[in-house]
Design a protein around this ligand. Structure first.
Ligand code: AMP
Length: 191
């Protein structure tokens, strides 16, 4: 089974690219942000807890996030591979994921990081906010907080997988199709 991590700061295009990649490579898409939003809109206890953090642009605590991911993975069967989008976002999450996969004699094959400059990120997210209905996309101070969380807690996940020679960087600027082609060129070496 193929396990791929689509990595990068908020607004770098992970969700958009994941939607295209799952079709081309016949993979299952797991976005922890989408899972949290689904819980939030159903007003489950998990969703309401997560919302306390999401609405402030902060990461949801690892314990909650890892628990939710484990549940999701246990529901899946007969998928040929998974794209993780927005997970892992901390070293603890990466270690938990690796441990979980190792238990199934599986492992992360590659992490593809989309690189996009900060100013571009803010303008992309604000633009998305006009139609996404996401309150965390509409407030520049929350967007900046999400970027800070990324820098402080998430960016080191790249180095974590780089130690195993699994991290790759992709230029995240250009049209959706240009970026998609770059990602595919990289993935084709691993799939
Ligand atoms: P996203 O849709 O990936 O931008 O995520 C939206 C929000 O959900 C983030 O700002 C976090 O509050 C929360 N979130 C999503 N994935 C994670 C994760 N792996 N760890 C912690 N918080 C997360």
């Amino acid at each position: 089974m193929i396990h791929l991590i689509l990595f990068g700061p908020p607004g770098s295009g992970k969700g958009t690219q994941a939607e295209k990649l799952i079709k081309k490579y016949n993979l299952f898409h797991i976005s922890t942000g989408d899972l949290f939003r689904a819980e939030t809109s159903r007003k489950t206890p998990l969703g309401l807890k997560a919302l306390e953090y999401m609405s402030q642009g902060m990461l949801v605590p690892d314990e909650i996030t890892i628990g939710m991911l484990k549940n999701k993975l246990s529901e899946l069967n007969h998928v040929s591979g998974i794209i993780y989008d927005g997970f892992p976002r901390t070293i603890a999450q990466a270690e938990a994921l690796d441990k979980l996969l190792a238990g199934e004699e599986e492992e992360i094959r590659v992490l593809v990081a989309l690189e996009v400059p900060d100013d571009e990120i803010v303008s992309r997210i604000l633009k998305r906010g006009a139609t996404s209905g996401r309150s965390d996309d509409n407030d520049e101070s929350i967007i900046r907080k999400r970027m800070e969380e990324y820098r402080q807690k998430t960016s080191e996940v790249f180095n974590y997988y780089d130690r195993f020679g699994k991290s790759r960087t992709i230029n995240g600027l250009g049209t959706i199709d240009e970026i998609f082609d770059r990602i595919c060129a990289e993935l084709d070496q691993h799939i």
